[in-house]
Design a protein around this ligand. Structure first.
Ligand SMILES: Cc1cc2nc3c(=O)[nH]c(=O)nc-3n(C[C@H](O)[C@H](O)[C@H](O)COP(=O)(O)OP(=O)(O)OC[C@H]3O[C@@H](n4cnc5c(N)ncnc54)[C@H](O)[C@@H]3O)c2cc1C
Length: 402
């Protein structure tokens, strides 16, 4: 098996590495100075064609031809140097591709640049109390104003990640109450800073309740211009199915599992349990799954590079990733024992590094439960694998996919 990317990719790697070395010099910078440096670095990286490759130049992107190998080299080199990549979150991952594929010119001009520059932060307004897996049953309703220029929204959304920081929301609202449920939904963009919107943080079992955590939103005659509706009225379900195409290959997530596993081995050493045959047996079993996940990611990457259809394999990835992550966390919990359960949750402590600094293993255990629910619970993933991958009959109770 040849896992090298080839000479052209290695020459490109050298170029990327040289750029990062010259342009990313955060040194001891902190606060506003660090923020300015990050902004300037991202701008220079866009100029070079390294970031926002699928976003046209007129909206602030670098507009590069699709090239999964170059995109992977960029991810690897930026990751290695811990240099800032694209702004994360729903905005760049979901709003921007949706607008590029289904938005109007006005919407693209209004929203894409401030989103990729990190000024607009987007909440995903899909789930409601009673509408999670069965997302097509959303009840938050929108009606046209008397002059037909605005949507007036009433209802509730829940589990909005980054809800406290969000400036805007993309949401699914019911506009055709009498239509079949998948056909009565409209996809709407909304400015969250207005009197008709109330947000409340939700306290989690991890104890987290801050700017990064969940919110519930209440809409009481909140307004959105009709021109902020994405796609046709009543066709929002299909707009929400817009997926990320282009240069996505999931090696990144497999790398994340690899580093979690290495931390787990370090923990077993630290706790003096690395020689314990039962621990070694569990470590070996987990490592086998981590490696097979990694090689499956390479397989997807090769398919994407060759323009081949990967078949049902992508359907498995989220389920496997969350299950392996949970098993890593469970073994860590057993290694730490009671001490792990009494450590205060939150900042600092032993454990793998997360996006917000070092996480404790206990956070990791709780977080791995959340991962198995977010973005489609594991049972729903199994339904999708069964129906779309194996051709089994459809689950009639399940209407998340039409
Ligand atoms: C970390 C995290 C972040 C999230 N962020 C957001 C966000 O930003 N925006 C947003 O809108 N939502 C968000 N969510 C919500 C998430 O999308 C829902 O929690 C998820 O879709 C499940 O819905 P539910 O909680 O209503 O559970 P339910 O749908 O009630 O499911 C409960 C249980 O029943 C099972 N189940 C349900 N239906 C079936 C079926 N037909 N067959 C078999 N089993 C079934 C499920 O697998 C689950 O185990 C987030 C959730 C988490 C945990």
């Amino acid at each position: 098996m040849d896992l090298s990317y080839g000479e052209a990719a290695e020459a490109f790697r050298k170029e990327v590495r040289g750029f990062i070395k010259a342009a990313w010099q955060p040194g001891e910078l902190r606060g506003a100075e660090l923020k300015d440096h990050i902004r300037a670095f991202r701008r220079a990286a866009i100029e070079q064609g390294y970031l926002y490759r699928s976003v046209p130049k007129r909206y602030g992107g670098s507009e590069q031809p699709v090239d999964v190998i170059r995109a992977q080299v960029i991810r690897e080199e930026f990751g290695r140097a811990r240099a800032p990549m694209e702004v994360g979150g729903n905005g760049v991952n979901m709003t921007v591709p949706t607008l590029l594929e289904k938005g109007t010119e006005e919407q693209r001009e209004l929203f894409i640049r401030p989103t990729i520059e990190g000024d607009y932060i987007w909440g995903q307004g899909y789930s409601e109390p009673g509408s999670g897996s069965d997302l097509a049953s959303v009840r938050t309703k929108a009606e046209l104003s008397a002059d037909g220029s605005k949507w007036i929204v009433n209802g509730q959304k829940i589990w909005t990640s980054q809800g406290m920081q969000a400036t805007h929301m993309f949401m699914l609202v019911r506009t055709e109450p009498d239509a079949p449920k998948h056909d009565g939904i409209t996809y709407l963009l909304m400015d969250l800073n207005q009197p008709g919107v109330t947000r409340r943080p939700i306290r989690q079992m991890t104890g987290e309740q801050g700017s990064h955590t969940f919110c519930e939103f209440f809409f009481d005659n909140a307004e959105a211009p009709v021109s902020w509706q994405v796609g046709e009225r009543g066709q929002g379900w299909y707009v929400s199915r817009t997926t990320l195409k282009h240069e996505r290959a999931s090696i990144g997530s497999a790398d994340g599992l690899g580093s979690q596993f290495r931390k787990l081995v370090e923990l077993a050493q630290e706790m003096g349990r690395i020689g314990d045959p039962l621990v070694r047996d569990r470590l070996a079993e987990i490592e086998g799954r981590v490696l097979s996940h990694r090689y499956t990611s390479f397989r997807l990457f090769s398919c994407a590079a060759a323009g081949e259809d990967p078949g049902a394999v992508p359907l498995l990835m989220k389920l496997l990733l969350t299950e392996i992550g949970h098993d890593i966390a469970l073994l860590a919990q057993d290694l730490i024992g009671e001490e792990g359960m009494t450590e205060p949750l939150g900042a600092g402590g032993r454990g793998p590094r997360g996006p917000r600094g070092p996480n404790k293993w206990l956070d990791q255990i709780m977080g791995s439960l959340g991962n198995s629910i977010a973005g489609g619970a594991s049972n729903i993933q199994r339904n999708i694998i069964g129906e779309r991958g194996l051709g089994l009959p459809r689950d009639l109770a399940m209407s998340a996919e039409k």
